[in-house]
Design a protein around this ligand. Structure first.
Ligand code: AMP
Length: 284
């Protein structure tokens, strides 16, 4: 496995693979890799001849008061994990490699970004769509892998490739959790011991809501209120949102009469964590 830092090196390597008729999968990440990322690398490894992992903390998707500076980084650990899961090339650029002086072109999206994290983090999806478009243009993969953990991001990227006629298959992969249920996240490292315990309210609320849906509850506010009550019982938790949206439009719905996403964002102390379930995964 190679680690490269420039766009030219990525292009040269991919060109060589293409000349041999090999297929290429891309796994975009912000690094500090864990088993959630590993599951995406595994999926790419089994679906493609070669796998590229991008490892880049993208400044453009962080708001001014967010955790860009403190976001955890460990390229040695990432390289070992990625290689063990079949990665062939890590692209680990500096921000200056991705954003030249005078950078002024952005990929933005309306509608799908107006709810959930798009509402709480106004610049986030513009940064995500821009960097993912750039990575698609640099690597030109056949397939790209994204986690359902970031369900709105998955929906936004799927919509973006459709809107912009980008010829890349977008593959969504299941949420990987700790043994006690907490969804794996690079940001879990911010939690102290008490917060780590308190963070379980997210996966517990997801379980509570998905069980209600599985048992036939169709009224969104009944599900949302039960989940909110559970989270609010934890003193260290502060709800950003608990919402149910139409998965196609990301707009809130009142009845579960179509494929929907139930998504939550909760601050545990200062750390903002997300989790979700798809009604399709619960009721089939
Ligand atoms: P990040 O490094 O947080 O930007 O995540 C990179 C990719 O890994 C995104 O597509 C995430 O959805 C995915 N991912 C992160 N955590 C998990 C998880 N616990 N399970 C599955 N995918 C994940």
């Amino acid at each position: 496995m190679k680690i490269v830092t420039t766009i030219d090196e990525v292009r040269a390597q991919v060109k060589e693979w293409r000349a041999q008729g090999l297929s290429v999968g891309l796994v975009p990440t912000m690094g500090y890799l864990h088993e959630g990322h590993a599951s995406l690398i595994d999926a790419s490894h089994s679906g493609n001849d070669r796998t590229v992992v991008s490892d880049f903390v993208n400044p453009m998707q962080f708001g001014p008061s967010e955790d860009l500076e403190s976001y955890p980084r460990d390229i040695e650990h990432d390289a070992a994990l990625a290689e063990a899961h079949g990665c062939d090339l890590i692209f680990h650029p500096e921000p200056s490699e991705m954003y030249n002086k005078g950078f002024s072109s952005f990929v933005d999206m309306t509608v799908l970004t107006q709810e959930l994290c798009g509402l709480s983090r106004p610049v986030h999806f513009r940064g995500v769509c821009t960097v993912v478009s750039k990575l698609f243009n640099i690597v030109k993969p056949d397939r790209a892998y994204f986690g359902k953990k970031d369900a709105q991001q998955l929906a936004v990227i799927k919509h973006m490739v459709d809107d912009l006629n980008i010829d890349i298959e977008i593959v969504g992969c299941p949420i990987i959790r700790e043994s006690d249920g907490l969804a794996k996240s690079s940001r879990n490292t911010y939690l102290n011991a008490d917060e780590r315990k308190a963070a379980l309210v997210l996966s517990q609320a997801i379980r509570l809501g998905s069980d209600m849906v599985k048992n036939g509850e169709k009224n969104c506010s009944a599900v949302i209120e039960a989940m909110k009550k559970h989270i609010n019982d934890e003193p260290l938790a502060r709800i950003d949102y608990v919402k149910i949206v139409d998965f196609a439009t990301m707009q809130q719905i009142t009845m579960l009469d179509r494929p929907a996403l139930c998504a939550i964002a909760v601050f545990i102390g200062k750390t903002r964590l997300i989790d979700n379930f798809f009604t399709e995964d619960v009721i089939g």
